[in-house]
Write a protein that binds this ligand. Structure first.
Ligand code: LCS
Length: 398
């Protein structure tokens, strides 16, 4: 991309231009979809040199593809990293990182409130390879510090956490991880780089389910890992390319298209969420609202230091508990009753029986994922329409 000045470009500009070099062959303004599984070598020597890493160039799409590279450049730029690896899903990103960084006898500390399967991968699968995991409240730094051992290799943090929206102090978590010689991996899915850039606070790897805000249109599943340190990237890349959780070029093309409108979508959904959270917190049928943008939040200082905005995820608890929650889920009209988040359309779901159903009930309780908790992923519809719809569903409870 041409930069008209020597100043760093603003993130809204980067969303539109990063990774979008005109195609060198035909000048296509948008990076084309290189829908090919393999790349032809001009000579046996060239093929050998590419395999030996002595010559740049593509080999085979599982190990890299120009369309996927364009997306990786874009997201690495937005996060302030130096490189990225796109994966077939967010969970492929999570499991690739664990495979790359953990060995038998190692220990990992993970936020207790995380997307359910990220936790299950550690507790159910990595435990079979003698990797121990401590699921702790990482928003409590004393607890995080006390959980570190001399075998802790990875600290995995989701902030705000899915679905409780608990906030972890990234700068402090990075310090605690680094003092113990561990790598800090931050799942930044709920914020996107528009609202939070974990590298600024010392993260080593930033992870996204691009299924969510980065793609933004509820039509692709994908993930990405972003790095600052080339050595760490090389270690993870080696695992990804052999284990095979790579992103397909068509997937990459769609996600890259979504990234161009990321800043606009994130801010519009956030404006809507602010209005809905205020309405919810004033409604007589609502017991509590978890939203980092509400006045009087106990971590307000940290939120203003670490996040550029509260985002568009709201979790709330109704006075009527689970039964009232089910009624709201079935009487709202605009938010679809579906898991996922970060798309232009609003979605509503019940974490205890859906996204976090695979967790043990006692673990859910400990993590604050109560049976009455409802998660609303606010989209980009008109705020008045969303407010009227949610209000009619809540009014129907009394
Ligand atoms: N990380 C976070 C924070 C997530 O919310 C999800 C999926 C993943 C990783 C995994 O990404 P995937 O493989 O689905 O692309 N979260 C979902 C959710 O809350 N509802 O449905 C999926």
């Amino acid at each position: 991309m041409k930069n008209p000045s020597d100043k760093k470009l603003k993130i809204d500009t980067e969303c539109i231009h990063a990774g979008s070099e005109p195609d060198p062959i035909y000048g296509a303004a948008v990076p084309p979809i290189f829908q090919t599984s393999t790349f032809v070598f001009s000579s046996p020597e060239e093929g050998a040199a590419r395999f030996a890493g002595e010559e740049a160039g593509y080999i085979y799409t599982r190990m890299g593809n120009p369309t996927t590279s364009a997306l990786e450049t874009a997201v690495a730029t937005l996060e302030g990293g130096t490189s990225a690896l796109a994966t077939s899903s967010g969970m492929a990103a999570v499991s690739t990182v664990f495979f790359a960084l953990l060995s038998a006898g190692d220990h990992v500390v993970c936020s207790q409130s995380v997307y359910g399967p990220s936790r299950v991968v550690l507790e159910r699968d990595f435990s079979r390879f003698d990797v121990r995991a401590s699921m702790v409240d990482t928003s409590d730094l004393g607890t995080l510090q006390a959980s570190m051992t001399d075998r802790t290799r990875v600290v995995f943090v989701e902030t705000p956490a899915n679905p409780t929206l608990a906030i972890t102090d990234l700068a402090q978590a990075a310090q605690i991880a680094h003092e113990a010689g561990a790598v800090l991996v931050v799942d930044n899915t709920f914020m996107s780089p528009i609202l939070q850039q974990p590298f600024q606070f010392g993260a080593d790897i930033v992870l996204h389910s691009v299924t969510k805000f980065l793609n933004g249109h509820t039509d692709v599943v994908g993930g990405i890992l972003v790095f600052k340190d080339p050595e760490l990237m090389g270690k993870v890349r080696g695992v990804l390319h052999y284990h095979g959780g790579t992103m397909d070029p068509h997937q990459a093309f769609l996600v890259h298209r979504g990234v161009k409108t990321l800043a606009m979508r994130v801010r519009k959904a956030q404006d809507n969420a602010k209005a809905l959270a205020e309405m919810l917190s004033a409604h007589p049928s609502v017991e509590s609202v978890g939203y980092p943008g509400l006045p009087g939040h106990p971590q307000a200082d940290l939120i203003s230091r670490q996040m550029k905005g509260p985002g568009s995820l709201i979790s709330f608890q109704l006075k009527g508990g689970l039964e009232a929650g089910k009624k709201v889920l079935s009487t709202v009209q605009l938010p679809a009753l579906a898991v996922s988040l970060g798309g232009v359309e609003s979605l509503i779901q019940h974490p205890a029986s859906m996204t976090h159903a695979a967790m043990k009930p006692s673990d859910r309780e400990e993590a604050g994922i109560t049976d009455g908790l409802v998660r609303l992923a606010v989209g980009c519809e008109d705020a008045e329409d969303l407010l009227a719809d949610l209000r009619q569903a809540l009014d129907g409870l009394s």
